[in-house]
Design a protein around this ligand. Structure first.
Ligand code: G6P
Length: 613
C-alpha cells in the first residue's frame, strides 16, 4: 500500500513520475502528490483522490513551473490520518528544505513527535510520515549531510518504511532507504529511478537493484551508491527485470477485472507448460527443492496467507491432505504472527502471496525461517521480498494483475497448489490413479473455464436480477467451502454488498436465522461426495423462502424446482472443481458491481498490496 516513485535524469521528471504513479495506483488512491527539485527550493503539488485529479491540476500550471530534472511521487492509502490534502505526501520539514515520500508505518511516531515538538517543530498533518520528515531535517541540521541524517534518523524509528528523500541543498541527488517495505532502484543510462514496484519503471529500464533492509542509497543521474547501516559503501547485485509485457491495456474490455477473468484459461496453459506433459508423466517443478527423502521427512504442513491467497491455501489443505496424507493447517498471516511459532525442520511452510510483499505474510515467514522449517513460496512476483525468503519457489506466472480484486492470480495459485500436491504425492508414491485423474482434469481445465466464460451472458442476466439485494450468503462443502468464502469476498470487495460464505453444514447453526425472501443463497453443489448434503441445506434454505441460486454440473430433476436460478458448469472431478466454480462467482460479482456502477477495478478502501501490518 502506498506507492512511491523517484526520478533523476535528463527527462522531465514530472512525466516519469506521473507515468510511474499511474502503474502504482493499485496500491492506493486516497491522494497523490509529487515533489520537484526547483531552483534552490522544492515545489510540491498534491491532490485528493485518484491520480487523475493531480494530473488535471498540473495541466493548469505553467509548464516551466513543473519542469525539473529530479522528483519524487506518492500515491496514498491512508493509515494515520484521514485522506485530506494536509495528510497527502510528500511531507516537508518546517523550512521546506527537505521533503520525502513514505510507504509503511512509523510505530513510535508519537514519541518522536513529542520530542520534536519540544524542539519547536510545528506539525501540519496527522500522519506518522511527517514526523520522519522533521526528524531527518533535525539530524540534517547537525550533520549537513543527507545520507548521514537519514541514517541517524532511521536508527530512531520503529516500524516499516520505504523513504525517498530530497534536500534543496543537494539538488543533484535523491536518498532512499527501506525496512520491511519494498523499494528498488532502476538503473538507467544517464538517469536513475526509484520505485516500490517494478511496474512503475519497467518501461524505462530492465536493470534493477533491490535494497536490503536498512541500506541507504544515494542516486544521482549517473551514479548509485549504496551504504549499509554503518554507512560503509557496499555493492548490491544488478538484476535483470523480467521482460514481461506489462499488460496495462484493457484490450477492449470495460474493466481490467473482466479482462483478467477472461485470461484465466491462458494463465493455466502457461503454468502447466513444461510442468505436466500428460496424465501419465510425472509433474516437474524445477524450483521446488524438495527431494523424495525430504518430502518423506515432512510430518506437518502449514500454509500462511491473507485474503484471496488464504482461500487458495484452504483449497490446498483439502487437496494436499488427500494426496499426501500429511496434515495441513491453514492460517491467516496476521493471526499466525502473534502466538507461539510451532515449526521445525520437519515442517513445510507454504507462504502464498500474489504480490509477494504482504507485510503480515513476510513477518510470518521470517518467524518460521528461524525455526528451520522449509519455506516454499507461491507467488506471482518472483523478484519480491517473499520470493527472496524462499527455499523453494512456485512462480504462478499469471502476469501483472491490475484489478485490485484478485481473479486470475487465484486460479493460478490453485493450479500451482494442485501441481505441488501431485509432485509431493508422486515422490511419496501415493495414489497413482487419483493423480492421473487430477492431471487429466488440470489439462482439460482451460477448455472448461472457456465454456463457463462463454456462458457469461446468462450470468450477467442473473447478476442484474440480484443486484438490488443488500445481503448474500454463499454455501458449499468440502473442497468447495473455500469457493464459498472466496465467492462472497469477491462480491463484497467490488459491490459492497454484505456477502458471507459458510460451510453449508453450518447454516443451521446460526446463519439460518437470517433467511427469508430478502436473502439470496448461492449454493455450490458439484456432483461428488457432498452433493446430497449441500442439497439438503438448499432444501432448508428453500423452506425459509430464501432465493436460491445453484452452481452445479448437474441438478437432479426432482430438485430443480427449489432453485430460482441455476448456473451449470461442465462436468469436472470434485477435486479440481473450485477453479470452475470460482469463475462463475467472479463473473457474478463482476456483473453485479458493474450493474451497480461501482468502481470495479479500484474498489473503495482497498489496496492490492498490503505492505503494512
Ligand atoms: C489485499 C488484496 C487482496 C489480496 C490480499 C493478499 O487485501 O486486496 O486481493 O488477496 O491483499 O495479498 P497477497 O499479495 O499476499 O496475495
Amino acid at each position: 500500500m502506498c506507492g512511491i516513485v523517484g526520478y533523476i535524469g535528463c527527462q522531465n521528471a514530472i512525466d516519469v513520475l506521473l507515468d510511474g504513479l499511474s502503474h502504482l495506483e493499485y496500491r492506493g488512491y486516497d491522494s497523490a502528490g509529487v515533489a520537484l527539485m526547483g531552483e534552490n527550493k522544492i515545489n510540491i503539488h498534491k491532490a485528493l483522490g485518484k491520480l487523475c485529479n493531480l494530473i488535471e491540476d498540473l495541466k493548469k500550471k505553467d509548464p516551466k513551473e513543473i519542469k525539473s530534472h529530479a522528483g519524487i511521487g506518492h500515491i496514498r492509502w491512508a493509515t494515520h490520518g484521514l485522506p485530506t490534502l494536509a495528510n497527502a505526501h510528500p511531507h516537508s520539514c518546517n523550512c521546506k528544505g527537505l521533503t520525502l515520500v513514505h510507504n509503511g508505518i512509523i510505530e513510535n511516531y508519537q514519541e518522536i513527535k513529542n520530542f520534536l515538538t519540544e524542539k519547536g517543530v510545528t506539525f501540519t498533518s496527522q500522519t506518522d510520515t511527517e514526523v520522519a520528515a522533521h526528524l531527518i531535517a533535525y539530524e540534517y541540521g547537525k550533520t549537513k549531510d543527507l545520507i548521514q541524517a537519514v541514517s541517524n534518523a532511521t536508527k530512531k524509528l520503529k516500524g516499516a518504511w520505504a523513504f525517498c528523500v530530497m534536500h534543496k541543498n543537494e539538488p543533484d541527488s535523491i536518498v532512499a532507504t527501506r525496512k520491511n517495505a519494498p523499494l528498488l532502484i532502476g538503473k538507467g543510462n544517464g538517469e536513475n529511478f526509484l520505485a516500490s514496484d517494478i511496474v512503475a519503471i519497467i518501461k524505462y529500464t530492465k536493470k534493477a537493484i533491490y535494497l536490503e533492509d536498512n541500506q541507504i542509497a544515494k542516486i544521482t543521474k549517473d551514479t548509485i551508491s549504496i551504504y549499509n547501516e554503518d554507512l560503509i559503501l557496499t555493492e548490491n547485485k544488478v538484476e535483470s527485470l523480467p521482460f514481461e509485457p506489462v499488460a496495462l491495456s484493457k484490450m477492449g474490455y470495460k474493466h481490467f477485472m473482466l479482462k483478467e477473468i477472461n485470461e484465466q484459461p491462458d494463465v493455466i496453459r502457461n503454468i502447466l507448460q513444461g510442468k505436466i506433459k500428460d496424465e501419465f508423466s510425472k509433474v516437474n517443478l524445477p524450483d521446488v527443492n524438495l527431494d523424495k527423502k525430504q518430502i518423506e521427512k515432512i510430518n506437518r504442513i502449514q500454509i500462511i496467507a491473507c485474503g484471496t491467497s488464504f482461500h487458495a491455501g484452504l483449497v490446498g489443505k483439502y487437496i494436499i491432505e488427500e494426496l499426501t496424507n500429511i496434515p495441513v493447517e491453514v492460517e491467516t498471516s496476521s493471526e499466525y504472527i502473534y502466538r507461539k511459532t510451532i515449526a521445525d525442520e520437519k515442517t513445510l511452510v507454504i507462504g502464498i502471496s500474489q504480490s509477494g510483499e504482504t507485510a503480515d505474510t513476510i513477518t510470518a515467514i521470517k518467524q518460521v525461517k528461524e525455526k528451520n522449517a522449509h519455506v516454499l513460496i507461491i507467488t506471482n512476483r518472483k523478484e519480491s521480498l517473499l520470493a527472496r525468503l524462499s527455499d523453494s519457489l512456485l512462480h504462478i506466472n499469471a502476469g501483472i494483475e491490475v484489478s485490485v480484486a484478485a481473479t486470475k492470480s487465484y486460479i493460478a495459485q490453485l493450479v500451482s497448489i494442485y501441481l505441488l500436491a501431485i509432485y509431493m504425492a508422486e515422490k511419496k508414491d501415493e495414489k497413482e490413479e487419483k493423480l492421473q485423474t487430477i492431471k487429466h482434469e488440470l489439462l482439460m481445465l482451460p477448455a472448461k473455464i472457456e465454456a463457463v466464460l462463454s456462458n457469461s451472458k446468462k450470468i450477467q442476466e442473473i447478476a442484474k436480477k440480484y443486484s438490488s439485494y443488500k445481503n448474500f450468503i454463499f454455501i458449499a462443502r468440502g473442497i468447495n467451502y473455500p469457493s464459498a468464502l472466496e465467492g462472497a469476498l469477491k462480491l463484497k470487495e467490488i459491490s459492497y454488498i454484505n456477502a458471507t460464505g459458510y460451510a453449508a453444514g453450518e447454516l443451521k447453526h446460526g446463519p439460518i436465522a437470517m433467511l427469508d425472501e430478502t436473502m439470496p443463497v448461492l449454493a455450490i453443489l458439484n456432483k461428488g461426495m457432498v452433493y446430497d448434503k449441500v442439497m439438503s441445506n438448499c432444501e432448508e434454505a428453500y423452506a425459509r423462502r430464501a432465493k436460491l441460486i445453484g452452481v452445479a454440473n448437474n441438478i437432479d430433476d426432482k430438485h430443480k424446482t427449489i432453485f430460482d436460478d441455476i448456473i451449470l458448469i461442465p462436468d469436472i472431478d470434485d477435486s479440481v472443481s473450485p477453479a470452475l466454480n470460482i469463475t462463475v462467482c467472479q463473473l457474478l460479482a463482476y456483473f453485479i458491481a458493474e450493474y451497480l456502477g461501482k468502481d470495479v477495478d479500484q474498489p473503495r478502501n482497498l489496496a492490492k498490496s498490503v505492505t503494512v501490518e
